[in-house]
Structures are given as structure tokens and as C-alpha cells.
Design a protein around this ligand. Structure first.
Ligand code: HEM
Length: 529
């Protein structure tokens, strides 16, 4: 019998017409839901590999072994600028591709258009806070949170930074007296946590040296997120939350949310019972005044402002919104600031000449004891150059991600005709670490040279060549808070102590972790001056 006539017979596949229909239906479903997406997926990746230049990947492991997520991988990416000065495609495996940007032009184009960040793995803790939200929700929250970081409001936090400094200086005294070296990273983390916790919700982060349950839970969350990041088998939520680690993470999230929710409810009650006429006013950037009800004899903290924030329609933030934003502040502001301070210690200990210059300036501006004043901060010009240079060499939030919501065409600055078009849905990573060492914008990029930030030497540099706090719409809302904290802390350190690297320690490797940190801590020797 001819093949055609067999195919036309009812039941040619499985015996009966009904079972043929069922088999055909299953085939259609499989083709539509598995075969077509798989083919499209591979076509999209093949197109990406052809469009964006990249070093030859391993057939199965992509660039995982060539460009690991560690110090060596970070240095290799910088070396690759020679061959790929514009962008390259980084294959994490044959099913994950990321386009890395580290040239100011494409970065400017990307950051000045809005694309969601897609930080799926931190969503469980941060909910819809500023880091993880997008679109209208993000816009409204950013508008409502901006007053928390107004110039005038930041002034009151300097008092907190001064008050908490014994947490660090007592430790430095002990290390100096012991004559041994000590790891300063842990101590800076405690200081940064305590400052943030006081400024955000007037709560201690530690009691008798032990972290409060919510602070411990945030730590657990960061550790489990890290382990998850390094283990592709855990990337699927369906798998991860069935594992012990996933359950631990969910428990940590619940602990943080419950603790913050209770603090918000208690605070609302205190505000209701406080005198409505006791108010704090502050000037906004556009010259108008904002006024917040305060608690008796207490400085205004983030929580007071978040509870009272209102948009133009008189609508405020819901309790869940405030929980998400408070948790976001802890995640975005604690480790970043602590690690920035660790790298600053390292660079000052390594560059004794710059440490001496900063010391002399601090003594001249702030004197040898007493509080560091708000008015002193802008006068610390040398210290400020050194902080900028620290965040160039070690931008602690070293990479950020975006998922394109529309096709984007980038002009290749190294060719007058060539352009690269990335399709909607492409995952893009902006690599600030590589950007800050791009030899076309930084002379002798590996050197610690704070004077590269003087007005004279910065004037021809494109603005998007230096982005430790990212840029445009989604730049860091807490940058001035962080910078003030770093400067006040180092004024206190420098007028009492000299930091050195222990004998034999020359270079400290980077550990990219969730934020860029010194690998295995930072041992320092401390001398009293
Ligand atoms: C040296 C310290 C810090 C560095 C280097 C830093 C860096 C950054 C960077 C690069 C981003 C952009 C992230 C992205 O686009 O995915 C960012 C966003 C953000 N940062 Fe910071 N940050 C620091 C300290 C802080 C502090 C102290 C706070 C709060 C108290 C904070 C709160 C935020 C928030 C809420 C966002 C999201 C902003 C938005 O998308 O609208 N950061 N930060």
C-alpha cells in the first residue's frame, strides 16, 4: 500500500481514531511548548554570538573556566579590553548568555533608558522595594523616598556616625596595644550595621556584641544567596525552596519581615501619641520646605519619614511597602559601605604618603579631638579625592544587571559604521570594575592616584566613565549618606591611629561575593599617634 494511503487511514498511529487524536494533540503541545521555544532560544543565542564579539567559549561550559567569578576572573576581564574594547558576550553555560558593557557610550545609552533589573533571587527579601521594583511602582516610591536623603536631612545622621565611632576606635586601641595585626573588615561591618540601624529605625543592630535577630537573619540571607549564586542547580525556585538552604532563606526572610513589621507598628503608635506640633522641617533641593512630626527629643529617622510620606494625591506607603523599603536599605546600604571602608583602609595602609596627607588635612580641619562637624565634611578635599579613587579601583557594587525591554542599537565607538543591535529580552551586565580600569579613559589605570579626580584632570573624562553609584534614573539614592559616613569614620581613625599592612602582606585579592570585598578579610597593624 502506498505511504499516502496509510497515513490517511483512521488509527494509523495508534489503532483507533480517538487515540490518534489524543496522540496528535500531545505532539502539538510538545512541539509548541518545548520544541519551538528551544529552537527560538538557540536561534536567539546563535544570533547574539554572531552579533557581539566574544572570546572562543568552551562548547559546554562557555566562559565559566576562562572568566571565573573571582579575583583572577575580574583581572582577566580587564585584560580583555585590549581585544574587546566595547562589549563582549559572556557565556555562563550553553544556556545562559550575558552581554557585558564597560565602555561609557553604551552604558550611558542603557542607563538613560529604563529597563528592569530582574534581581529575582533577592526578591523574597526585598519584595517590591526600590532595588527590585520597576515602572510606575518604582517611580512613585523613588519620589516618596527622596526626602529621606535630602541634604538637610543627612545633616542629622552625622551625629549618629560620631556617636557610634567607639565601636571601631575601642577595637583599634586594643589591636594597637596588642602589637599584633587584626582583621578590620568585621569591625567595619559592625559599625556600618549600627549606623544604618540607628538612622533607619533608631534600633541597635547589636546587643552586648551579639547581632539582633533581624540583623542575624539578613546575614543568613546574604550567605544563602551567595551559595545559591554559585550553584546553578539551585537557580530554579522550584528546586531551591525544596532544599534545606532554601527553607533556611525563607525562614530568614520571615524573621526580618516580622521584626520590621513590629517596629513599624510600634512606631506608628508612638507617633499617634506624640505631640502633633513637635515637628522637624527641612529644605528640599527646589527650595520648598517639608515638615515631619517628630518623637519627643528624638532625631528624625528614615522610618518617621516613610510613615508620614505622602504623594500629590495625599496617598502614603502601605505597611508592606515600608517593610520592603526598610529591608532594601539594609541590603543596599550595609555591606556596600562596610566594604568601601575596608578597601579605603587597605589603600591608605598601602600608600603611606597619602595616609599622611589625609591625616594632616583632618588635623587641620577637624582638630585632634571632639565631634566631626557637618560643616567640616566639604572642607576635606584630599580625603574626598582618596575616597573617589578607592571607589574607582574597588567599586563595591561592581556589576549591575538589566533585561532589555526593547531592542537596542549601540554605535561602536571604535568604528564609524558598525552598530550592534541587542534584541528585547537580552540580559545585559554593566561591569563598573572593568569600566573604571578602561585604559582609554584612565591613565595608568591600576595605580592609586587620587589626583586624577582634580577638576583639571577630570574635565575631559566622559561622565559615564566613573559610576561607583551607577548613573541616571536608577543611581544610588544613598550615595551621600554613604560618603558622609565614610568621611566621618576616617576622620576619627586618622587623627588617632596609623594603619599599616602587616609585614609580608603586599596585595589583597578581591572576592566578588554579593559586593566586592577583600578575600579572607583585611589584616592591619595599628599604631597610636
Ligand atoms: C559605598 C556605598 C554604596 C555603593 C557603592 C552603592 C552603589 C549602588 C549602585 C551601583 C546602585 C545601582 C544598582 C542597580 O542599578 O542595580 C545602587 C542602588 C541603590 N542603593 Fe546604593 N550604594 C551604596 C550605599 C548605599 C546606602 C548607604 C544606601 C541606603 C541607605 C543605598 C541604597 C540604594 C538603593 C535604595 C538603591 C536602588 C535605587 C533605585 O533603583 O532607585 N546604597 N547603589
Amino acid at each position: 500500500m502506498a505511504v499516502n494511503s496509510v497515513l490517511l487511514q483512521p488509527g494509523w498511529m495508534s489503532g483507533t481514531l480517538l487515540s490518534d487524536v489524543i496522540v496528535a494533540f500531545i505532539l502539538v503541545v510538545v512541539v509548541k511548548s518545548v520544541v519551538v521555544p528551544t529552537v527560538n532560544f538557540f536561534n536567539a543565542h546563535r544570533k547574539l554570538w554572531k552579533t557581539v564579539p566574544s572570546p572562543t567559549p568552551h562548547w559546554l561550559l562557555g566562559h565559566v573556566l576562562q572568566l571565573p567569578h573571582n579575583d583572577a576572573g575580574y583581572r582577566k576581564r580587564v585584560e580583555m579590553i585590549r581585544d574587546f574594547p566595547f562589549m563582549f558576550c559572556h557565556q555562563i553555560s550553553w544556556f545562559v548568555n550575558l552581554v557585558f558593557l564597560y565602555h561609557p557610550e553604551p552604558i550611558k545609552k542603557l542607563l538613560t533608558t529604563q529597563h528592569p533589573k530582574g534581581y529575582k533571587t533577592v526578591k523574597h527579601l526585598l519584595g517590591n522595594g526600590l532595588i527590585t521594583s520597576s515602572g510606575k511602582k518604582w517611580q512613585r516610591h523613588r519620589h516618596l523616598l527622596t526626602p529621606v536623603f535630602y541634604f538637610e536631612v543627612l545633616k542629622s545622621y552625622v551625629k549618629t556616625f560620631n556617636e557610634s565611632i567607639p565601636l571601631l576606635t575601642d577595637w583599634l586601641e586594643k589591636v594597637a596595644e596588642s602589637g599584633e595585626s587584626g582583621d578590620i573588615c568585621k569591625q567595619l561591618a559592625i559599625l556600618s550595621y549600627s549606623n544604618l540601624s540607628q538612622c533607619v529605625m533608631s534600633q541597635p543592630a547589636y546587643k552586648d556584641g551579639t547581632p539582633m535577630p533581624y540583623a542575624k537573619a539578613i546575614e543568613t540571607f546574604s550567605q544563602t544567596s551567595m551559595k545559591r549564586l554559585y550553584n546553578p542547580l539551585m537557580w530554579s525556585d522550584k528546586v531551591f525552596f525544596r532544599t534545606k538552604m532554601g527553607k533556611e532563606m525563607l525562614e530568614a526572610c520571615n524573621t526580618v519581615h516580622d521584626a520590621v513589621r513590629k517596629i513599624i507598628r510600634d512606631r506608628k503608635q508612638v507617633l499617634t501619641q506624640s505631640d502633633k506640633n513637635e515637628r522637624v522641617s527641612c529644605a528640599t533641593e527646589d527650595g520648598t520646605f517639608l515638615s515631619f512630626q517628630s518623637r519627643k527629643n528624638k532625631s528624625l529617622d528614615f522610618l518617621d519619614m516613610l510613615i508620614q510620606a505622602k504623594d500629590e494625591e495625599g496617598q502614603g506607603l502601605s505597611e508592606q511597602d515600608i517593610v520592603d523599603e526598610v529591608t532594601t536599605m539594609f541590603s543596599a546600604g550595609q555591606e556596600t559601605t562596610a566594604n568601601a571602608m575596608s578597601w579605603f583602609c587597605y589603600l591608605l595602609a598601602k600608600n603611606q604618603d597619602w595616609q599622611e596627607k589625609c591625616q594632616a588635612e583632618v588635623m587641620e580641619v577637624c582638630g585632634s579631638d571632639g565631634e566631626i562637624l557637618w560643616e567640616d565634611i566639604p572642607k576635606l578635599k584630599i580625603l574626598s579625592l582618596c575616597v573617589k579613587e578607592t571607589l574607582r579601583l574597588y567599586p563595591v557594587a561592581s556589576m549591575v544587571g538589566r533585561t532589555l525591554t526593547s531592542d537596542m542599537t549601540f554605535k561602536n565607538p571604535y568604528s564609524s559604521t558598525q552598530t550592534v543591535t541587542l534584541d528585547k529580552g537580552t540580559a545585559v551586565v554593566i561591569n563598573f570594575h572593568t569600566l573604571h580600569r578602561h585604559p582609554d579613559f584612565w591613565e595608568d589605570p591600576e595605580a592609586f592616584d587620587p589626583e586624577r579626580f582634580t577638576a583639571e584632570r577630570s574635565k575631559d573624562r566622559p561622565p559615564f566613565a566613573y559610576l561607583p553609584f551607577s548613573g541616571s534614573y536608577r543611581n544610588c539614592i544613598g550615595q551621600n549618606f554613604a560618603l558622609n559616613q565614610i568621611k566621618v569614620t576616617f576622620c576619627h581613625i586618622l587623627r588617632r591611629f596609623r594603619l599599616r599592612l602587616p609585614p609580608g602582606v603586599k596585595n589583597i585579592a578581591m572576592d566578588p561575593a554579593l559586593t566586592l570585598q577583600p578575600h579572607n578579610g583585611l589584616p592591619v597593624k595599628v599604631e597610636k599617634i
